[in-house]
Design a protein around this ligand. Structure first.
Ligand SMILES: Nc1ncnc2c1ncn2[C@@H]1O[C@H](COP(=O)(O)OP(=O)(O)OP(=O)(O)O)[C@@H](O)[C@H]1O
Length: 237
């Protein structure tokens, strides 16, 4: 479904991602793991057209999207929930959700989706007319995910959805991801929380210093103590 081939991302002379290739097949959850500064956020931002690539190609459902602007990529069904729960703080929950659907023209479909996601995230229904800044961290993360879903992605990328959240909320977010997978959504999840992310994933990739150092079956990765210690020390708990 998504194929990144030999992707390089550069900030001036600094190479953040060095010739990385990865694939996500339809229906999978894939983890993208690695320590701070490994290049994970840069890679997913480049994949959705928020950052330009310095080299390589990105194909989504067979179409070359390497040079397509982010709005086109979203409209095609590839969406990123960025790191840091970026919701529009001064807008209400309702307004944030509607903005997520900005690329859609099907009003009835948008209304039906809002109803669907308020069922999935009941707290957002209770807070529907409150501004996003009055929500707790976990609630804001749920709003960020629900807003991304409003664009009707076929493939959703989530950049560190568990960052800074209490373990109970993290469990809830991973459960929701499994529900979304059952609904047919394909996902790529960037995580520092390696054990939990691999627990819901089919496959995983590990980035270190901008390069891919490992790819494999998620279960085999969790079971490999050497691997987890070598690259993901902070994620083992
Ligand atoms: N806007 C920027 N300008 C210059 N360098 C940047 C910029 N954004 C990221 N970098 C550098 O690129 C490298 C990769 O950063 P990136 O945020 O992609 O890593 P990451 O794996 O997502 O890290 P984290 O888990 O800490 O979010 C780092 O060395 C970082 O300092």
């Amino acid at each position: 479904m998504l194929e990144l081939s030999n992707i390089t991302v550069q900030y001036g002379v600094v190479k953040a991602v060095r010739g990385v290739s990865l694939k996500v097949e339809k229906g999978e959850i894939v983890s993208l793991l690695g320590p701070n500064g490994a290049g994970k956020s840069s890679l997913v931002s480049a994949a959705v057209g928020i950052l330009p690539v310095a080299g390589g190609t990105i194909r989504f459902e067979g179409t070359d999207i390497t040079k397509k602007p982010a709005e086109t990529v979203v409209a095609m069904g590839l969406t990123l929930t960025p790191e840091g729960r970026r919701v529009f703080a001064d807008l209400s929950v309702a307004e944030n959700l509607h903005l997520g659907a900005a690329t859609r023209k099907d009003r009835d479909g948008v209304a039906a989706d809002i109803e669907k996601y308020l069922k999935m995230f009941p707290i957002l229904g209770e807070r529907y007319h409150q501004t996003a800044k009055t929500l707790s961290g976990g609630e804001q993360q749920m709003l960020a995910i629900a807003r991304s879903l409003m664009s009707r992605p076929k493939l959703l990328m989530l950049d560190e959805p568990s960052l800074g959240l209490a373990p109970r909320i993290v469990d809830r977010i991973f459960e929701l991801m499994l529900d979304l997978k059952r609904d047919g959504l394909t996902m790529l999840v960037v995580e520092q929380n390696a054990t939990d992310a691999l627990g819901i994933s089919d496959r995983g990739y590990i980035l270190a210093s901008g390069s891919l150092v490992y790819e494999g079956d998620a279960k085999a990765m969790v079971d490999s103590e050497d691997l987890m210690e070598a690259y993901l020390g902070s994620g083992v708990h």
